[in-house]
Write a protein that binds this ligand. Sequence first.
Ligand SMILES: NC(=O)c1ccc[n+]([C@@H]2O[C@H](COP(=O)([O-])OP(=O)(O)OC[C@H]3O[C@@H](n4cnc5c(N)ncnc54)[C@H](O)[C@@H]3O)[C@@H](O)[C@H]2O)c1
Ligand SMILES: O=P(O)(O)OC[C@H](O)CO
Length: 316
Amino acid sequence: MIGVIGAGAFGTALAVTLAKKGHEVRLWARNSDHIAEMARTRRNESRLPGISLPETVTVTPNSDDLNGASVILLSLPMQALGAFLAAQGRNLDSPWLVACCKGIDLKTLTGPVELIRLTRPACGAAILTGPSFAADIARGLPTALTLAGGDEALQILLSTPTLRLYRSDDTTGAELGGAMKNVVAIAAGIVIGAGLGDSARAALMTRGYAEMLRLALALGARAETLAGLSGLGDLVLTCTSAQSRNFRFGQALGSGQGFDPLVTVEGLATARAVAAVARQRQIDMPITAMIAALVENQITLPEAIQALMSRPLKQE
Ligand SMILES: NC(=O)c1ccc[n+]([C@@H]2O[C@H](COP(=O)([O-])OP(=O)(O)OC[C@H]3O[C@@H](n4cnc5c(N)ncnc54)[C@H](O)[C@@H]3O)[C@@H](O)[C@H]2O)c1
Ligand SMILES: O=P(O)(O)OC[C@H](O)CO
């Protein structure tokens, strides 16, 4: 049996694809009305419209029902993970806990794998991350992700005919790539929303990647991880697709429109967390710093654009 914590878009998509492969899946959700609705309709229409839940997916409000799972996938928003793990006591008994969220925890300034290690030292800790929209996974479109921290058996267990997992032992690089690409995607959305053009977006993505790499190397990650699916791959997807919530948030900001505050936009908190880490380490991350300042209303959009364009000229 495979357990999934979080019946959002991504948790549900993973539950669907793993159930279609033949696994029994138990999907934990917190809201009783939502659970009843999913049980009645066999769909998660509010988060993953148009996708039916296979019979072998059971939705439960009780995390004890996941005990004994071969692996538990943690698919909560990043800022909810620490409190969730702390509240679980000795529950979540499984050889592997796999983070499926992207971001840096604002409270501890660590990624999800470190949060798992700190709270569940007896479990194996891994992260599943890379370029994928939940809807694409659920529809069975071809997708490739990075599984960092897991072993070969876990890689085989979680791979499906349409979801191809590449294994890595660089959990730091995988966490940081997935976290920081969301911040750059907000910036790319702003560029497009403000009408600054595709050339400016390409420049932004390239310089964004340079600062992602700078921080990741300083924190002990490997450059090839950042160049892989969990870094560059996800950066490209998220900065160029209107399916991305981070990109759409930036687009709305850039064009002066509102954005539904209930939509999960991981890059907002992560911008603040990454900017704090960069300050601690004295690492230059101008794009992240601008997004963090914008999010905290310390700077206006025209000021942010002007500040980025007037930085001292330097070598690439
Ligand atoms: N949606 C995607 O395409 C996608 C793809 C890859 C990775 N991810 C990552 O997956 C993670 C989850 O995103 P999502 O798209 O599933 O989000 P979502 O907004 O669709 O769902 C979030 C779920 O978490 C639950 N939740 C929120 N706060 C909670 C709390 N404090 N305690 C318990 N449950 C809580 C919500 O009820 C909801 O069911 C994010 O880190 C995201 O970056 C998403
Ligand atoms: O909708 P977003 O911006 O959270 O992006 C979803 C995934 O992270 C893309 O890989």
